[in-house]
Design a protein around this ligand. Structure first.
Ligand code: ACO
Length: 382
């Protein structure tokens, strides 16, 4: 193998087929099971998109009602999960908190499995597990934020749909429809993106015939990094550093002179712009108007204009979603856990797809360490 055979970061390597989503950087489009993500975000509740990712088709009214009923049954924070979260230091990163919570749910759910093979579960079991996990995550994320603010649990409300109930459990008050709509859109836009780093991680774990929860826990670890999901949190740190639109130019001069990466810009696949940005930017604009915060829009637009004109690198989804989540009232540290609550639908769809047509994922490496050598004095026994 020569160095030219090596695809560092697997860039450009096609490792398998998927029927779940199609990313086309040439046409700047993202399809979930054939539907443009913009159309889904404009017309569907997140629950319908979750169903679509898992089952391949949008739900009928009866199927949506059934999914919603099942989701409502598993909305409350499980007692064991609450207890485990409370064992963690308040200063623990919420991504570690959610990772731990999913691990607890997985251990409880697969307890008693006769073997690791048994724990991997049937396709039906894995679909049911996916629904339960997606249903439980809002309570985990919401309680994490409340706990850090010294607040108690807000019990879920059965009369609210997924997005409205998520906001209710986080803030303890019913959100305005403008906010619910923006939040619902963000959940849909974050749900799926083919073989991104965290989804690929989930597929690698699944390929060893490990269980769904182990795959999701591993995916959370991959999502935490600032080159991936952690970027939405990092965008807000940058906004805080810059302060206002008037500071953008000197700030950017300094940042680029120090070769800093500007979080929320750039993408491994999209080089001409992230297809999800216009929809999320429109949601951000509706929030800016709702909250009467034009200065956020000015900072957003100025940094984008200056950075794109200097580097030709475009914003990714994390750029508009960071300030949108901030306006809604989420703590900056809660942003990437929100990404988990959404992306768990895509991850679990991929876990089921991988399991249905499995091949152990095990690439090769080119060795560049020392030549073969030997322990002085060692004599192999006959
Ligand atoms: N700020 C400054 N320079 C950048 C940025 C950025 N955000 N993104 C890319 N570049 C530059 C690199 O420094 C590099 O320059 P060089 O060739 O002079 O060394 C060149 O563009 C290529 O960048 P790579 O990092 O090699 O490209 P890659 O395809 O591997 O990176 C990535 C994609 C990791 C997303 C990168 O653009 C980045 O680090 N962005 C910031 C983090 C971020 O926003 N991540 C979110 C991803 S989307 C999501 O998870 C929803």
């Amino acid at each position: 193998m020569t160095d030219t055979d090596i695809k560092k970061g697997l860039a450009g390597v096609v490792v398998d087929t998927t029927a779940i989503s199609k990313v086309n950087p040439e046409t700047n489009s993202l399809l979930y099971r054939g539907y443009p993500v913009q159309e889904l975000a404009a017309t569907q509740p997140f629950e319908a998109v979750a169903f679509l990712l898992w089952n391949g088709e949008l739900p009928t009214e009866a199927q949506l009602a059934e999914l919603r009923a099942e989701e409502r049954r598993h909305r409350a924070l499980p007692e064991k999960v609450r207890a485990a979260i409370e064992l963690l230091p308040l200063e623990a990163h919420p991504m570690d908190e959610v990772r731990t919570a999913v691990s607890v749910i997985g251990a409880a759910d697969t307890a008693g499995a006769a073997s690791v093979l048994d724990a991997a579960g049937s396709p039906e079991e894995n679909l049911a597990r996916s629904v339960r996990l997606y249903a439980a995550l809002p309570a985990i994320v919401a309680y994490g934020q409340r706990r850090r603010r010294g607040l108690g649990i807000v019990e879920p409300r059965d009369d609210l749909d997924y997005a409205a109930n998520f906001l209710w459990m986080t803030f303890g008050e019913e959100a305005d429809p403008v906010i619910v709509d923006a939040f619902n859109r963000s959940m849909i836009l974050y749900a799926e993106h083919s073989f991104n780093a965290s989804t690929f991680t989930a597929r690698v774990v699944t390929s060893t015939l490990s269980d769904l929860y182990s795959a999701v826990v591993a995916a959370i670890g991959a999502l935490k990094g600032p080159l991936h999901g952690g970027a939405n949190e990092a965008v807000m740190h940058i906004f805080a550093e810059i302060g206002s639109a008037g500071n953008v130019v000197p700030w950017l001069d300094r940042a680029l002179a120090r070769k800093r990466k500007i979080m929320g810009f750039g993408h491994r696949v999209y080089k001409k712009g992230d297809s999800r940005v216009p929809t999320m930017q429109a949601a951000l604009e509706s929030l800016i108007e709702h909250y009467g915060r034009p200065e956020v829009g000015e900072l957003y637009a100025t940094l984008e204009r200056e950075f794109v004109s200097r580097k030709g690198i475009y914003p990714n989804l994390d750029y508009p979603s960071g300030p949108a989540y901030d306006l809604i009232g989420f703590d900056t540290l809660t942003f990437t856990p929100l990404f988990i609550a959404s992306r768990v639908t895509g991850w679990t769809a991929h876990i089921m797809e991988q399991a249905a047509s499995n091949a152990l994922i095990r690439p090769l490496s080119a060795y560049d360490g020392p030549e073969e050598r030997h322990i002085p004095g060692y004599v192999a026994s006959a």
